[in-house]
Ligand binder design. Structure first.
Ligand code: AMP
Ligand code: MG
Length: 311
């Protein structure tokens, strides 16, 4: 599970004023559980069929974006890192790489999907309960650098110019996929919908007779309750996935500048125009810290709420 701390309220309504039925389906994928909630005049078998189409799409995207599966499109691309020619990739992979590079540029490298060698190294440390050897950590850090990810948007051709670079889309893939599912529901005539990818949430039109989807975010300083629609929201932070060694915390988020996992207990909530943007910036601001975020000269159009984690 990623960071499921956002609680969705107001989901108990059954049949609405306009005889729209409320449907809810879930599907485990990408290390989390995807949840669809939508309102529609469809009957239950039609709604179930639509949910299956969406879940099949999530499975397909997992085969494109996973850094766990050696046969995924992403993993095959990484095996060619350092080679001369470029590889043609799917439109979906080209798009997520392009937007990731754009978030990397805007966040001055705090968000960087080329941290894969480091995330692997630290995952291994978590399993073995020992810190990585400094030499290995230095070698992994050398493979990091978003500028070495060259994407030609016109031809969907990608080249990873540094040998050993491993891409990790864990900081953006759930948000991107949630947006994609919401778009798919809209194409199928369902606009009143919510897609929750384990805390990366894409919201469509609000439930019937409501101003928005009611969402609550717990924090040490008190919970925040919001009514939201047609946007994305994510909460991220150093404390939701971590391990402890000799009394020190090591988060699943890596600072690409130092190669070290974050150790603070900050929690960052971002509301943005979509879940992709919210997901990437919540990770980026966790790395930047409050001062780094405040000192960014060109800020994106997002709402940010930084608090102390309740955990
Ligand atoms: P999130 O939970 O959305 O904040 O994303 C954290 C996940 O993104 C980690 O588990 C890694 O897979 C990946 N990741 C770690 N550090 C970074 C980083 N600095 N930039 C981009 N992705 C990262
Ligand atoms: Mg993220």
């Amino acid at each position: 599970m990623k960071k499921l701390i956002i609680m969705l309220l107001c989901l108990q309504t059954g049949v609405t004023a306009w005889s729209q039925n409320r449907f809810e389906f879930s599907h485990p994928q990408m290390g989390t559980v995807f949840r669809l909630v939508f309102y529609s005049s469809k009957d239950s078998s039609e709604a179930k069929a639509l949910a299956k189409v969406v879940f099949d799409r999530i499975d397909t995207l997992n085969m494109r974006f996973s850094d766990w599966l050696p046969e995924s499109e992403l993993s095959v691309l990484c095996q060619k890192a350092g080679e001369k020619g470029c590889s043609r990739v799917s439109a979906e992979l080209a798009d997520i790489l392009l937007v990731s590079n754009s978030f990397a540029r805007q966040s001055r490298g705090a968000f960087d999907i080329s941290v894969g060698a480091l995330t692997r190294l630290w995952r291994r440390s978590r399993n073995l309960k020992e810190l990585p050897e400094p030499k290995r950590a230095a070698r992994a850090l050398e493979t990091v650098g978003w500028r070495s990810i060259k994407v030609n948007s016109a031809t969907s051709c990608v080249r990873l110019s540094k040998r050993g670079t491993i891409l990790d889309l864990g900081g953006i893939a759930q948000g991107w996929t949630a947006d994609d599912c919401l778009a798919m529901l809209r194409e199928n005539g369902v606009t009143t919908a919510l897609v929750d990818a384990g805390g990366d949430i894409a919201l469509g039109d609000p439930p019937p007779d409501r101003e928005g989807w009611q969402i609550e975010i717990p924090s040490a300083s008190g919970n925040k309750l919001m009514l939201l629609k047609n946007c994305g929201i994510t909460t991220s932070g150093a404390t939701y996935r971590y391990f402890e060694l000799d009394g020190k915390r090591y988060s699943h988020i890596i600072d690409p500048r130092t190669g070290q996992p974050l150790a603070h207990r900050m929690q960052v909530t971002v509301i943005a125009k979509n879940a992709t943007t919210a997901d990437a910036w919540a990770t980026a601001i966790s790395v930047l810290g409050e001062n780094g975020w405040n000192s960014l000269k060109k800020k994106p159009e997002i709402k940010v709420w930084i608090s102390e984690s309740p955990l």
